[in-house]
Design a protein around this ligand. Structure first.
Ligand code: TYD
Ligand code: MG
Length: 451
């Protein structure tokens, strides 16, 4: 690259470009996100024509379902919308140590055992380190090749020569293009590298997985444009100390978003969890007050979770409120609604709310379960262990309808629940309800009377 010696400033969050440093980004209004990087000469790299530029009539376009490659994990396939699409660029983001490299190495193993040629390119770990990890997972096929490389130009020529069926790049923050003088991981490197990878994927119909690190704010490090460029964005979530991990689609050009897949970290790598509800309810206390089971929807998937509340008399003037796994402000709001509409004086009490199992939920359908857990703990009454509760609560104390009621009820039935407390308006929408008692409530006063 012909160096000009000039520099330009980029916003780390959205990629906004400016010739001078700015305190606040005019693009995304973030403060203090500008970083300085050298200017790159335009057209320093010859662009190959990518797509055929002949227009075709819409009727000529074949709309057959793309053939999809299975990753060997049905949990992951569902999240991807039915498997990997040839030419798809998939970004896997997540905290360090959450298991991104482990998951992708296992995907490589499954795909190569299935007769596909795969290249796993790591710029983070030596071949020996990868081998040590692989040893825990069992046998690997010779179709999986490893490459320890960070130069994208080299990677490009290797991929062109070997024409694999899939490529993994671990991680986008370590690769660099030689014609760009800024350091690997910088805004322009990440952006241009992704661009090159996208051309590689689309040009040769090879699916490419890229690993992206996450900043402490929880977004993939590098500009937001990264997420706009790729076809699919998957986020690996979960507490590093808890065994389970959730992989979630944030964006998907080939399927629905908000789907989740659940995995468990074991000694021998990640194991898919096919029945997350059972997993989440493990070790539930049978007759404790303030414990209520509810059903949340993750994409198309119902998952049962246990919501726990503990109400104790406050020793200070200002009551303490703590919530783990759900929105603190929502808990405060619901307590205010209880105080006003049911007439329970909550301001003298500390309240602690916890979603057992470490799930993070912010679905309004959890409101009624939260309310019942809070009232249950206050009155020290036990709600039967075979009861499930869901419904949205409004400020007037009314219990409002939620979506996908039937799926929630069916999931509860499948796990042996006998009774369901739900919004009264939803009861008539349920056809297949034999074996489970449906109790509709109109407001939280009625729900409180049940307790
Ligand atoms: P890793 O996959 O390297 O995470 P990332 O690439 O997202 O930074 O690390 C996963 C963590 O899981 C690591 O702390 C070790 C642990 N682990 C297991 O518990 N079992 C296993 O079989 C493997 C491979 C890793
Ligand atoms: Mg890693």
């Amino acid at each position: 690259m012909a160096k000009t010696g000039k520099t330009v400033f980029f916003c780390r969050e959205c990629g906004y470009e400016s010739s001078k440093w700015l305190g606040q980004c005019p693009g995304c209004r973030e403060v203090g996100t500008f970083v300085e990087e050298p200017v790159r000469e335009k057209n320093s790299r010859l662009k190959k024509p990518l797509w055929d530029s002949q227009p075709v009539t819409i009727n000529e376009v074949s709309a057959k379902d793309e053939e999809r490659i299975s990753t060997g994990f049905c949990e992951l396939d569902r999240v991807l919308g039915g498997g990997v699409v040839p030419g798809g660029l998939i970004l896997v983001g997540g905290d360090p140590g959450i298991g991104k490299s482990t998951l992708l190495l296992q995907v490589c193993r499954n795909m190569s055992n299935d007769g596909k040629n795969i290249i796993y390119i790591s710029g983070e770990e030596s071949l020996k380190q990868i081998k040590l990890r692989a040893n825990r997972m069992g046998q690997f096929s010779d179709r999986l090749q490893l490459l320890s490389e960070t130069s994208l130009d080299v990677i490009e020529s290797v991929v062109e020569k070997l024409k694999p069926d899939a490529v993994v790049i671990d991680s986008i923050q370590t690769v660099f293009r030689e014609d760009i003088s800024s350091a690997p991981g910088s805004v322009s490197q990440v952006r241009e590298s992704t661009n090159t990878l996208m051309q590689m994927a689309k040009g040769s119909a090879i699916p490419i997985f890229i690993v992206g690190h996450v900043t402490k704010e929880g977004v993939v490090a590098g500009p937001r444009v990264l997420e706009h460029m790729v076809d699919t964005v998957l986020y690996f979530e979960g507490d590093r100390h808890a065994a389970y991990r959730i992989i979630r689609t944030v964006k998907n050009r080939f399927g629905a978003t908000n789907e989740i897949g659940v995995f468990e970290m074991r000694e021998d790598g990640l194991q898919q969890v096919l029945n997350p509800s059972e997993f989440m309810l493990e070790g539930r206390p049978e007759d404790a007050s303030g414990s209520v089971v509810s059903c949340l929807m993750e994409g198309t998937r119902p998952i049962l979770v246990e919501i726990q509340a503990l109400i104790t008399h406050t020793n200070f003037g200002i009551p303490r409120r703590t919530s783990v796994g759900t929105d603190y402000n929502r808990v405060n709001l619901l307590m205010a609604v209880i105080e006003k509409r049911v007439g329970i004086q909550m301001s003298d009490y500390d309240a602690y709310v916890n979603v057992a199992g470490g799930m993070k939920i912010n679905e309004p359908a959890m409101d009624l379960a939260l309310v019942m857990a809070l009232i249950g703990s206050y009155k020290n009454r036990v709600i039967d262990a075979d009861t499930i509760v869901f419904g949205e609560v409004g400020l007037a104390g009314e219990v409002r309808a939620v979506s996908q009621v039937e799926q929630r009820v069916l999931e509860a039935k499948k796990l042996g629940f006998k009774r369901c407390i739900l919004p009264a308006v939803c009861v008539k929408n349920i056809q297949k309800a034999d074996g489970i008692l449906l109790e509709g409530v109109n407001n939280i006063k009625e729900a409180a009377d049940i307790i």
